[in-house]
Design a protein around this ligand. Structure first.
Ligand code: DX5
Ligand code: ZN
Length: 215
């Protein structure tokens, strides 16, 4: 089943609680939280205190996307705020397998994220262990960028690997998702759609979420 995850990076931070409630009322399935450290990506977003505030305000599950080095550093904090899904980048650590185990041991769903330049073969050894794979469809670091079409080939590769390994995991896409690119991603196997600027700019958010989900 397709789920839509608004990226709160595109929200109005001075009215975060209002925006959270509006997206929930419009039918959002989960919130996507982008954590950037200014090192792994050339931007800093927000950290643990803001995530805690979001967790208090929100009544739907949270999906945390770490764009940081040292992805296991704050596992305990995310666990304590009830985060459901936690992903980190394969490019950010030499200990990806250990990080997946630590996230799962903390009771969260573990995801591995890939930059556009990284082929899916780089995570083949992890595919039996992860709960989901996050295919970045823009270069991570900023909202509002244009979808990179070649990422559709990576979705095809990932779906083929999932079949050949006879395993199961969700496929999340993140970056430049709008009505048109959402349909493309779904037809190439994605079932979790992150949308930031497109969704937050929409005047009718309920209709926009419905259309993103529609097959
Ligand atoms: C980019 C982030 C995305 C971003 C998506 O590094 O990982 O989650 O917020 O924003 P849009 O949908 O505007 O591309
Ligand atoms: Zn993200």
């Amino acid at each position: 089943m397709t789920k839509v995850l608004p990226s709160l990076l595109a929200s109005d931070f001075s009215n975060l609680d209002r925006d959270i409630k509006e997206m929930e009322a419009a039918g959002a399935d989960m919130f996507h939280l982008d954590i950037m450290d200014g090192q792994f990506v050339p931007n800093i977003s927000y950290g643990i205190p803001v995530c805690e505030a979001i967790s208090k305000s929100s009544s739907i599950p949270l999906d945390v996307h770490l764009m940081t080095y040292d992805p296991t550093q704050f596992i305990e904090d995310f666990k304590n705020m009830g985060v459901e899904m936690l992903s980190f980048h394969i490019e950010a650590t030499p200990h990806a397998h250990r990080a997946v185990q630590e996230i799962k041991n903390a009771g969260m769903k573990a995801g591995i994220a890939l930059n556009p330049q990284t082929p899916v073969e780089a995570i083949k050894h992890l595919l039996r262990d992860v709960d989901f794979v996050l295919i970045m469809t823009v270069n991570p670091g900023f909202g509002g960028q244009t979808f990179i079409d070649s990422c559709l080939d990576k979705l095809d590769d990932l779906v083929a690997l999932r079949k050949s390994l006879d395993t199961d995991f969700d496929i999340e896409v993140d970056g430049g998702i709008n009505d048109e690119t959402a349909q493309l991603c779904k037809s190439h196997g994605a079932n979790l759609l992150v949308s930031g600027s497109y969704l937050f700019k929409a005047s009718d958010k309920e209709k926009t979420i419905f259309k993103l989900k529609e097959d």
